[in-house]
Design a protein around this ligand. Structure first.
Ligand code: MV4
Length: 494
């Protein structure tokens, strides 16, 4: 008999909708929660029931544990799906669910906690025999001792916050003379961000690629991986384009890293969907970076190449069912790419572009999947993540998946806000992306707003901008005096 009959989705937007869709297919009832500006949003309309949980600020709604628990109790939900972000990696929340007799669709609180502490995670990897970047295993207690370690592993080194992750509170040190100063700065930054000033050091890998493995584990000790994704196209630690499988891995390396990923998950008795992040260097050495103990934004590319529904699997294992297949039963079918369409201005440093989504016509057709939590007329505000949609394509091979993505991006109609679509088009046509020779520095190395225009457009822009400058700096009168032909033009005009 099934245990889960009603799921409360403790999230909003596309991921809430994504979870609700699978629940519907499984004939599981759904409860949405919503903040004031979200009262008529798509995830609320899609759910069977909904509960108002507070004002726009996440700290007054989606992040308030008591409000989520009360909503689950008052609606009789027997499980909570946390999605990503918000409370999804909050060990205290998972613990509270347990205490209240509500199934948390995710790992045990202990796994969330140890993987949230990057030094504990490194200790576990040491025991499990999973490679990680050289450095200190535990948080540094003594700066002079840490400096000796830094000398041993060689500069540049990276100072990271134990409570960090996702790039927060990191500092690169190139010069030993800066070591002490950087440690102090990193500690104060970590303390401000996490209320935990513990830091540790790692050898800084200079041109790494970000490759991650999807893990799925049941409550009976079965752990498998669902292959890899490459997520090196990112800016300021925000991923923009992801693909599966990673184009640099050979079948041998994939098998080796997959086994390491499974060991990493076993090291914390993992249950549910998780991701092991690795960095890979020029020589294809791989290093454990961190484990994300949630369903990730980019999970659709894994679903496309494996034909599996990860939310379905999450619910199955949360119910205590065994994984319905073994490692050898699954294989990679084709290639998938995800472009995250953000309401950000690629011409203006990717600044969030807020406003009403006046037009939103999404592409479709064979091999195209769009996950979106907004609709035409929706307001894109600064309260939440500015992601408009995740556009995915799936084809026989990487080249065709790229072509399909370019077609889909051309089909996409959006107005009212600026989006990252032009940036995605640029990247997908860039030689380094097409040939697969890129790393985590791609955006910084190859992108500037000028990349969005062809030569002819750039010429026109140059002329227009010089004219604008003249107009801005000199009143018309000066122009008349300075330039005879302009003077004539002014004369004729009058
Ligand atoms: C690193 C690294 C180089 N060497 N660790 C960034 C996010 C956080 N998860 C860890 N990160 C990095 N850790 C060592 N030892 C470079 C990064 C990094 C990065 C990693 C993945 C994807 C994009 C990145 C962008 C800048 C830095």
């Amino acid at each position: 008999m099934r245990k889960i009959r009603k799921v409360l989705v403790a999230n909003r937007g596309e991921i809430a909708l994504r979870v609700i869709r699978t629940c519907k297919e499984k004939q599981i009832k759904t409860v949405a929660v919503y903040s004031r500006p979200d009262h008529i949003s798509p995830h609320v309309q899609a759910a069977d029931e909904s509960v108002f949980i507070g004002e726009a600020a996440s700290s007054e709604s989606y992040l308030v544990i008591d409000k989520i628990i009360n909503a689950a109790k008052s609606t009789g939900a027997d499980a909570i799906h946390p999605g990503y972000g918000f409370l999804s990696e909050n060990a205290g929340f998972a613990e509270r669910c347990k205490k209240e007799g509500i199934i948390f669709i995710g790992p045990n609180p202990h796994a969330i906690e140890v993987m949230g502490d990057k030094t504990k995670a490194r200790e576990l990897m040491a025991k499990a025999g999973v490679p990680y970047p050289p450095g200190t295993e535990s948080a540094m207690k003594d700066i002079s001792k840490a400096k000796i370690v830094a000398e041993e592993i060689g500069y540049p080194v990276l100072i990271k916050a134990a409570a960090g992750g996702g790039g927060k509170g990191m500092r690169i040190v190139e010069d030993p003379a800066d070591f002490e100063k950087s440690v102090k700065a990193a500690k104060s930054e970590a303390n401000n961000a996490f209320g935990d000033d513990r830091v540790y050091i790692e050898k800084y890998l200079e041109e790494p690629r970000h490759i991650e493995f999807q893990i799925m584990a049941d409550q009976h000790g079965n752990v498998i991986h669902l292959f890899d994704r490459e997520c090196s196209i990112q800016r300021r630690h925000q991923k923009v384009i992801e693909e599966a499988p990673a184009s640099v891995l050979t079948p041998e390396l994939r098998e080796k890293m997959g086994k390491a990923a499974v060991e990493a998950a076993k090291s914390c008795d993992y249950v549910g969907a998780g991701t092991i992040e690795f960095l890979i260097d020029k020589h294809l050495n791989f290093y454990f970076l961190e484990m994300n103990t949630r369903l990730q934004v980019e999970h659709p590319v894994t679903e496309l190449i494996t034909g599996l529904d990860l939310v379905d699997l999450q619910i199955k294992v949360a119910n205590g069912e065994k994984l319905p297949f073994k490692q050898e039963d699954i294989s990679i079918n084709g290639h998938a790419i995800e472009c995250r369409v953000y309401a950000e201005d690629p011409e203006d440093n990717f600044l969030p572009s807020t406003g009403r989504l006046d037009r939103h016509r999404i592409p479709s057709g064979p091999g195209v999947r769009v996950d979106s939590g907004v609709e035409e007329g929706s307001d894109i505000s600064i309260n939440y993540d500015p992601m408009v949609s995740k556009l995915c394509t799936h084809a026989k091979d990487r080249k065709q998946a790229i072509q399909k993505m370019l077609r889909a991006l051309d089909e996409y109609e959006v107005s009212g806000v600026k989006t990252t679509i032009p940036f995605c088009k640029f990247t997908l046509q860039h030689e380094n992306f097409v040939t697969g020779s890129y790393d985590t520095h791609f955006v910084k190395d190859h992108y500037s707003p000028k990349s969005l225009y062809d030569e002819e457009q750039l010429e026109v822009l140059a002329v227009v901008s010089s004219l604008l400058k003249i107009k801005q700096t000199s009143p018309a009168k000066t122009l008349v005096e300075e330039n005879e032909s302009t003077a004539n033009w002014w004369a004729n005009r009058r």
